[in-house]
Design a protein around this ligand. Sequence first.
Ligand SMILES: [Zn+2]
Ligand SMILES: [Zn+2]
Length: 399
Amino acid sequence: MFTSFHKLRAHLMSTKRDYYEILGVTKSASSEDIRRAYREMALKFHPDRVPAEQKKEAEERFKEVSEAYAVLSDSAKRDLYDKYGHSGIDQKYAQEDIFKGADFSSIFREMGGGFGAGGSIFEEIFGDLGFDISGRHQPKGQSARRRGRDLQIAIDISLEEAAQGFEKIITVPRYETCATCSGTGAKPGTKRSTCPQCKGSGRTVVSNGFFQLAQTCSRCAGEGAIIQSPCPDCRGEGRVKVVKKIKVKIPAGVDTGSQLRVRQEGEAGINSRGDLYVVIEIRPHNIFERHNNDIATSVNISLSKAVLGGEVEVPSLEGRLMMKIPPGTQCGKTFRLKGKGIPDLHSRDIGDELVKVNIDIPAKLTGQQRQLMEEFARLSGEDLRVKDSFTEKIKKSFR
Ligand SMILES: [Zn+2]
Ligand SMILES: [Zn+2]
């Protein structure tokens, strides 16, 4: 008995790295240290964050750190591991049970966006391990396909469209349940049959004297059933790739980076569809600049209008409108047109339009215009030959 125990322990130790080492923490690390270390590692090895050619390796590392975290974050499992090492854990838990009860979801929520819409990558990887994010145990394969994957589609829209809100038809390439076999993967008229190797349980038990190790059945990949004659249209996959047109309601006020969730328009799974996430990008505008819900632009007015006041036509999101220019308007003055900006996405507020006024100084004057300007200068008591510079003004004040 003891010989086989030590042999197997030695074997497991040689193939599996130390959990503390994997997370880069000491044996006396607090649960907060472990949580922090895992969070860091998960960010580093998250398969969504690495170049394609490193994905496979990152995925392995991600699983490795996740397993280390699952054990070390659970006091009972950690205790077992401290006393007996990997063999203690492997003796008591099947591979997927190691992950049971560990708190991944709050960490992934903290890590926030950029992690695949709705944690799809998480579902995918942990589905592979036979573990469902909600903590329910699922046989391998089935969990990954139970709910379809979430999809993400980026669309770019104009500022006007963002201000008004509109409906858009977008095309989404996605998996649909195969109509020929209704998603079973089996050729019509044939049935899936119970897997002879695991007798439908999806798991096989490997016995090694002292130990019983449960493994996902290799014959049926954990599904408990095998397809005798695969469906010709989907080659046994139960789903086919199609390009689907979907009408999406874009609410007024969206901005670059806004994500709209369209429920049940992701990929088909066995039981339900995943969700579709539409990510908005606003195209740069040639007249307006957006600052949150405000928009900014500029207009030119004539010198006489700046001095005497008047009205000027300004562009707005709703078309052209007239803006009053009070007499004596300085160059660079900004006027605020209330409620002419972009509606707030989450309230009934509407932003403003900010109009900066530039003054056109006439470069060419007719003889009469020149005379009048000179007259104007004279009436203002201005000597046009005196340099109107800062140093001249200083000199004057010391005279
Ligand atoms: Zn089919
Ligand atoms: Zn099987």
